[in-house]
Every structure is written in structure tokens, then in C-alpha cells.
Design a protein around this ligand. Structure first.
Ligand code: PHE
Length: 454
């Protein structure tokens, strides 16, 4: 194994690393985004493609990112330059790290806005705004929320301050603790909500919607979105996991760590769907309602169940925390790079990044009100940033990462770093990394091109 030491410190244990990567993976992607994009793309067939992408493409890429990160032990840009030089005699691979940094900044610009919605809904729930209110009124409440850009700017700002105040303190302080306590709490609450949905919602309708594939509902656009979401939800393709891998102790197993994270992440996404769709169908709501889906369905449940004020408030608090631990992953590659290469202290770097991302985020906020009429490409600014980052930048970044690990790095370096011998498990990873993942990404891109220009 390489004997470099990390500049930024180490996770206290393998378990801490699993928690951190899970914390970065489990976020708005699982609870907010997955249900609404599944809803917009017809359910079953989309869910199946998403699962295939997660296990066939996302998992081998996650392993590749961790092994590259741990071997390089630097920020993703320097790590890619270092390993590129070592394995292929060129530093150009650092561009993959650079693209990741920009991807993370762009994603966080809208991620923070949605996290701000969660914060604001915590207070709405706490002040009993949902109690005894009809699904129609809940919808109106959300429209008012979207129109109120000033309050969104405020919550987005608060969320950015929360994010940078954690990253400014370094790897260990704060982060580990948050994940250790809050993730299990989130899971428990989701299971409690599942019981509500099974009892009060149209559970069989939801099961049918999510698990019986209607292939005619799936377009190549839907496949692009499913692919992009596999990356987004696992936090891979932009160097977040690579940056975390740089702080991973030598003796931790990369394979089982990745499998644990992927299973946890997928379970939470599917659970969220099974909580939300029964409410959608029981109340005659539209599964394709878009980014507002959880904000227009869950409050219906909280409003009608006993103890709903407490449950609802807790839910939005936990959602905000899940977003918080993910936001840290989005900003860490840029943070580590500024810190190591530009010699900015973590405090200065986080102020700089926080400021830039805050201003970029205004474009997302205005997409829902002042600038909602400004449509181009795929729709509003938000629609474009979202699609471009998830469905283009992440798969492209993932493609280069997995090609680097599978084709550029020599077999010995990867088997040494993965430390699972050279038997079946290693061959499976290598086959997925060399053939399945890159070919699948290219095939999906090619299909989308043909569809768009052909
Ligand atoms: N995986 C996170 C989510 O699902 C988002 C994320 C993407 C976080 C990339 C870090 C890096 O919400």
C-alpha cells in the first residue's frame, strides 16, 4: 500500500468512515429527489433502471473512488495528478478532480436551497400549520412558500452557514457525531411513517406504482435521469467519496464498506417512496408533481395523524440533518483543495466557498418565482443546473474515475489497495469497473445523443 499520510487527519475508525460516507450518501437525494423523479418518470421501470445503475455502475465506482482516494491521500485534484503521474506518467488526470470540485459547488447551490425548504418546514410543522388542513390547502401552502423568495434566501443562507461552520472545523469534529446519532433516528422515523402509510394510505397502489414496471412510461430521458440519480444518491462521480477515502485508515476494507453504504442508501430511498406514494394515491395527488412532492404529501399525513405535530417537526429536523451531512461531502473536495494547494486556512476557504455558493443558489430560488418565466434548455435555471450536474457531470466524472481505476492503474495497485485478494471478488469488481460501468455509461450517453440530435 502507499505510505503517504493524509494532510487533513483521519477518521477515528472504519465504522466512522462508513458513517461519514453514509451521511454523505443519504440526503435529500433519497427522501426528496428519488420519490419525485420516480413519480415523474412513471414509477416501476424507472425504479428498476435506477437499481441496476446503483449496483452495476455506482457500486464499482464507489469502490474505485475510495481506493484512489486512500492511495493518493490528498484532495481529489492532487490525488488524481499524483496517481496519474505514478500510473500513467501524466498529471492530466487532475482534470477529473477539477470537474468534481465545480460539480460539487453547482450541486450545493441548489441543494442548499432545498435544505432551506426543509428547515422552513420544520417551523411550519412545529407551529401546527398542517393540523386539520386539507391536501388542497397543503398544496397552497407550498405555492406560497415557493413565491416567498425572501424567506427562501434567508433559509438558504442559514443552511450555508451551518454547512461551512462544520467544514471549517475539519474532518472529525462534529461530522462523525452528527451521523452517529441522527441517521439511526431518521431511519426509525421513516419506519414509523411507513406504518402510517400502510394503514392510512393506498399502499397497494403505491407498491404497484413502484414495482410493476410499465416500460412504455420509460423514455431515454428517464434513463439518463435514473443514471444521474444513481450517482447523485451515492455521492459518486465528483470526488466526495474520494476526498473521504483520503482520511480512511489503511486496514479498513473498501469492498464491504461500499456495500454497506449502498445498501443503506438504497433502503432509505425505497422506504421514502413507500411512505410517500401511498399518501399520493390515497389523496388523489399527482405522483409527477415535481420537486414539491414531499412538501405537499407528508404534511397531509402529519396533519391528520395523532402526534403529527411532533412527528412532522422531528421528520423535517432529521431531513435537514441528512441534508447537512451530505452538504459537507459536496463542499469537502473544494475545501481540501483550497486548503492543501492554495494554502487557505479551512476557515478562509469555507467563507470563500460559502459566499460563492450562496450567490449561485439565488438562481435556483428565483427559478421558482421572480425568474420562473425564464425558460431555456430543460426549463428554469434550477432544472438546467440539476440535469446538467446529475445527468452529465457526475456520470462523466464517474466514467473517468472508473476507467482510471480499471484500465490506467495497474492490476497490482488496485488489488493491493482493495485488499480482497485476486480471487472472485476482485475479478468481479474489475470486470464491473473495466467493462460494465464504462460501457453502460457510454451506451446511455450515446442513446441520449441519438435521441436528441438523430
Ligand atoms: N448523495 C447526496 C444525496 O443523496 C447528495 C450528494 C451528492 C452528496 C454528491 C455529496 C456528493 O442527497
Amino acid at each position: 500500500m502507499s505510505n503517504r499520510t493524509s494532510l487533513q487527519g483521519m477518521w477515528s475508525s472504519r465504522f466512522a468512515f462508513i458513517l461519514a460516507v453514509t451521511g454523505s450518501a443519504v440526503g435529500l437525494g433519497n427522501i426528496w429527489k428519488f420519490p419525485y423523479i420516480a413519480g415523474e418518470n412513471g414509477g416501476g421501470a424507472f425504479v428498476l433502471v435506477y437499481l441496476l445503475c446503483v449496483f452495476g455502475i455506482g457500486l464499482p465506482i464507489m469502490m474505485s473512488e475510495i481506493l484512489i482516494g486512500r492511495r493518493g491521500r490528498r484532495n481529489p485534484v492532487t490525488t488524481m495528478a499524483l496517481l496519474g503521474e505514478e500510473e500513467a506518467g501524466t498529471e492530466r488526470w487532475k482534470l477529473v478532480g477539477v470537474m468534481g470540485i465545480f460539480g460539487g459547488i453547482l450541486i450545493l447551490s441548489f441543494y442548499s436551497v432545498i435544505a432551506g425548504w426543509a428547515l422552513s418546514y420544520t417551523f411550519k410543522s412545529g407551529s401546527s400549520a398542517f393540523v386539520g388542513v386539507s391536501a388542497q390547502d397543503i398544496g397552497d401552502l407550498f405555492s406560497d412558500h415557493l413565491a416567498d423568495w425572501k424567506s427562501q434566501v434567508m433559509w438558504h443562507g442559514i443552511f450555508m452557514v451551518m454547512t461551512i461552520s462544520v467544514v471549517a472545523r475539519g474532518v472529525r469534529n462534529g461530522l462523525e457525531l452528527a451521523v452517529r446519532v441522527l441517521m439511526p433516528a431518521l431511519l426509525i422515523l421513516l419506519v414509523a411513517l411507513l406504518f402510517y402509510s400502510m394503514k392510512e394510505g393506498d399502499f397497494s397502489g403505491a407498491m404497484r406504482f413502484m414495482f410493476s414496471p410499465k416500460w412504455e412510461a420509460l423514455t431515454i430521458d428517464g434513463v439518463m435521469i435514473a443514471l444521474g440519480h444513481a450517482f447523485f444518491t451515492l455521492s459518486v462521480g465528483m470526488g466526495a467519496v474520494m476526498a473521504y477515502g483520503a482520511y480512511l485508515p489503511e486496514d479498513a476494507s473498501i469492498g464491504s464498506t461500499s456495500i454497506a453504504v449502498v445498501l443503506a442508501d438504497t433502503t432509505i430511498a425505497i422506504l421514502s417512496g413507500l411512505v410517500i406514494f401511498p399518501i399520493v394515491f390515497a389523496n388523489g395527488l399527482d405522483p409527477g408533481a415535481g420537486p414539491g412532492l414531499i412538501f405537499t404529501t407528508l404534511p397531509v399525513a402529519f396533519g391528520s395523524m395523532s402526534g403529527g405535530v411532533v412527528f412532522g417537526t422531528m421528520f423535517f429536523i432529521l431531513l435537514s440533518f441528512a441534508a447537512w451531512t451530505s452538504a459537507i461531502g459536496l463542499i469537502e473536495p473544494a475545501m481540501a483543495w483550497l486548503n492543501e494547494r492554495k494554502e487557505l486556512t479551512r476557515v478562509k476557504a469555507s467563507l470563500l466557498l460559502g459566499g460563492v455558493i450562496f450567490f449561485l443558489g439565488l438562481l435556483t430560488i428565483f427559478s421558482f418565482n421572480l425568474l420562473s418565466g425564464l425558460q431555456f434548455g430543460r426549463g428554469t435555471f434550477f432544472d438546467n443546473i440539476d440535469f446538467f450536474t446529475s445527468s452529465v457531470m457526475l456520470p462523466l466524472g464517474g466514467f473517468f474515475i472508473v476507467v482510471f481505476a480499471g484500465w490506467v492503474m495497474c492490476r497490482n495497485s488496485t488489488s493491493e489497495e482493495l485488499a480482497i485478494g485476486t480471487g472472485l471478488r476482485f475479478s468481479t469488481w474489475r470486470f464491473l469497473a473495466r467493462f460494465v460501468a464504462p460501457v453502460a455509461i457510454l451506451a446511455i450517453f450515446a442513446n441520449a445523443m441519438i435521441e436528441a440530435f438523430g
